[in-house]
Design a protein around this ligand. Sequence first.
Ligand SMILES: [Zn+2]
Ligand SMILES: [Zn+2]
Length: 196
Amino acid sequence: MPQDLTFACRCGALSGVLHDVTPNSGCHLVCYCRDCRAFARHMGRMDQLEPGGGSPLVQVLPARIEITSGSEHLACKRLSEKGLHRWYAACCDTPLANTVGTSKVPLAGLWRPNFADLAPFGPVVTQGFVKSAHPRGAAPARDKGLLRMLGGLLKRGAAAYLNGTARKSPFFDANGKPVVTPTVLSAEERKAAYAE
Ligand SMILES: [Zn+2]
Ligand SMILES: [Zn+2]
């Protein structure tokens, strides 16, 4: 049975609902890439990473995400001019989700620590970029589930285009523009974010 799961930033000012969650409605993953870790470091959230510095994420269709309160706190940063859009709650600097810069790609990687109930996501099925894991942590030895992730992404994306919900997102307006203008980290902030 699909479930609706609530999520909230640390201070609780921004909260929302992820609709229709089953283990197959998204991809439960841990991303060990340096960019995700740099963002966690920048936001002061290293304590929420998995061993080896992996970011716990759930990839979902943006149309399933509803922000129910505190949307005025929604903000967005990019690690560089080319980086992903990394959405967060500015009230308490809690990461929320990463997306590409357009709603044409129906994909959001939600920051899992904002959910109290993890069971409906099922086990972690994908581990990516383990070669970039933090050398001092006990990260898994190899990537897994990347094809499954890609397959699910294409399948869900195609279904969303068929049923007309592909471009529905709390992060982009009807014209496909980000709802708030992202800021880009300064060279100094970037240096600090990537310092391991
Ligand atoms: Zn907050
Ligand atoms: Zn990553």
